[in-house]
Design a protein around this ligand. Structure first.
Ligand SMILES: Nc1ncnc2c1ncn2[C@@H]1O[C@H](COP(=O)(O)OP(=O)(O)O)[C@@H](O)[C@H]1O
Ligand SMILES: Nc1ccn([C@@H]2O[C@H](COP(=O)(O)OP(=O)(O)O)[C@@H](O)[C@H]2O)c(=O)n1
Length: 228
């Protein structure tokens, strides 16, 4: 590996829920000294704000009209990623079932995507040492010129088992159905749906341990850096 003078690298990691994007991205960024951005947390944060402020989630016009109001700040240290809305730390409340069940509707609104995409591009261009950005449309829309694009997949069964392992006592079948419903909504929306970029490397994590996925992505980043 090269020494500390490695050039900044931009890595886009996309894929559906439970494929390992967050865990992999954080670990890869920490290992390689890069910043880390969880774009799902930003969509969850704006959804939390809409719910908290009584915006009707079934009314895309109301969501569009409010999209510019919340101030959303993401901390990009992979050892301590943070998400703050209007000065409030929302790391815990954005993970509730209520937010999870509403986030696809909010994130489908074009004005929301425009707002959050702008924020993401500004964070990525300000990350001097390079960054790992994870989400659904990073390789296709947010950072189409990323140095490396990864698309993680896994079977619905593996993803549901991982997710229900986190949500203690959650029923695997109900979790699986909820994941499939959210993937379908995220994949079928008109504005920058969940999709694999044509030049992304697909990694099926179903039979891999998290450590193996991290090693695979670190190797791909190092190969890219070496070829630069
Ligand atoms: N390859 C893997 N094998 C087993 N568990 C995994 C693997 N990758 C991630 N996990 C676990 O699955 C859960 C969901 O992973 P996460 O990184 O949050 O996925 P995503 O960001 O794609 O939704 C976490 O508890 C994580 O530790
Ligand atoms: N780049 C992104 C990231 C997330 N999202 C939306 O935000 C939701 C939550 O993303 P997340 O990464 O926190 O999802 P999980 O990994 O927690 O399942 C997704 O289901 C999408 O609706 C998006 O539209 N675009």
């Amino acid at each position: 590996m090269e020494n500390g003078a490695a050039q900044p690298v931009i890595v886009a990691i996309d894929g559906p829920s439970g494929t390992g994007k967050s865990s992999t991205s954080k670990a890869v960024a920490a290992q390689l000294g890069l910043s880390y951005l969880d774009t799902g947390a930003q969509y969850r944060a704006i959804t939390w704000w809409m719910v908290t402020n009584g915006i009707d989630i079934d009314d895309p016009h109301a969501i569009a009209a409010a999209a510019g109001k919340p101030d959303i700040v993401s901390g990009t240290d992979p050892a301590n990623p943070t998400i703050v809305v209007d000065g409030t730390d929302v790391a815990a409340p954005i993970r509730t079932q209520e937010v999870t069940s509403q986030v696809s509707a909010v994130s489908a609104v074009p004005e929301v995507r425009a707002r959050i995409t702008e924020l993401q591009r500004s964070i990525a261009s300000g990350a001097e040492g390079g960054i790992v950005v994870e989400g659904r449309d990073i390789g296709t829309t947010v950072l189409p010129d990323a140095d490396l694009k990864i698309f993680l997949t896994a079977s619905p069964e593996a993803r549901a088992a991982r997710r229900s392992g986190e949500l203690k006592g959650a029923d695997v079948h109900a979790t699986r159905e909820a994941l499939i419903k959210r993937d379908a909504a995220d994949s079928s929306r008109k504005t920058s749906p969940l999709a694999k970029a044509g030049d992304a490397v697909e990694v099926d994590t179903t039979e891999l341990t998290l450590t193996q996925v991290i090693e695979c992505v670190v190797t791909l980043v190092e190969e890219k850096r070496a070829g630069k």
